[in-house]
Design a protein around this ligand. Sequence first.
Ligand code: ADE
Ligand code: ZN
Length: 333
Amino acid sequence: MIELLPKVELHCHIEGTFEPELMFSLAERNGIELPYPSVEALHEAYQFKRLQDFLDIYYQGMNVLQTEADFYDLTMAYLERIHKQNVRHTEIFFDPQGHTDRGVGFAVAVNGISNALADGESKYGLSSKLIMCFLRHLDQESAFQTLEQAKQFKHLIAGVGLDSSERDHPPEKFAAVYAAASEQGYLRVAHAGEEGPPAYIETAVDTLKVHRIDHGNSCLENPQLVQRLVERQMPLTVCPLSNTRLCVVDDMKNHPLKTMLDKGLKVTVNSDDPAYFGGYMNENYYAVKEALSLSVSAIGALAQNAIDASFADADRKSALTNELSSYMQSVSG
Ligand code: ADE
Ligand code: ZN
């Protein structure tokens, strides 16, 4: 039932959709030599013990992206794939500082990505939102510069997020830039509780005033926090294959997703960096369905949570809800 389930994705880094084949072809187009002899050798390097192992390779991969056409092709390849998986709405992240810090302009990235998103909507009816993330291993001053660069593209960017190395970079480091972003009308999300402690989830909620937490796994270590997140119905964008690949969870059978659902947390399923972690939305749904024996109605609840937690407007949410409910009737009835 997963293939045809109408799905919404809320946590996917567009730079993390860079498949090795496309990376090699764009490297050739740009006259860049990759530090790997072949697609296979690159694949083999994707063995991570922790988040930082992955980030080192992820930033290296990004270096290949130079032109607006590169960002367009990257984004369009992702949209084509998820369209085939019946993803109906997606909210993608991009890391502007990962590009501007190596001399590729903010406009190059944002225009390439946005043009593909617009074409994806007209070609496939696949709606989307774009969220720019601040890199948390950099300082707040750099995040402020990014917010400033975004000003003339405000109409293309729905919100701000926070990603990269979580340990020792608590959300409150970015309190002022989130306050400024909020003032300017950006919606807010932040990675918290992936490798970091539950306290980072608390400060993301209380200090950054986020609408969603990206990951949030470590909330289960603090029952009072779980209770608060349940009371507020704070969405958590959980990424199952990412969690096992980055050793946040040792085995999919021990993934906390079902426990989270049973506790009443508003959890959703997402792919994070699908080119690096072994799968897009369907593979993530399959992995948890199989490992945790999720029922058809649990899968439906996860899909509905993602619609509710999305930044789509009310009409789009209601259309997506109708589409999902017709599908759920057809499979249960
Ligand atoms: N950037 C890309 N993927 C990420 C992840 N899973 N956690 C933090 N930063 C990221
Ligand atoms: Zn992420």
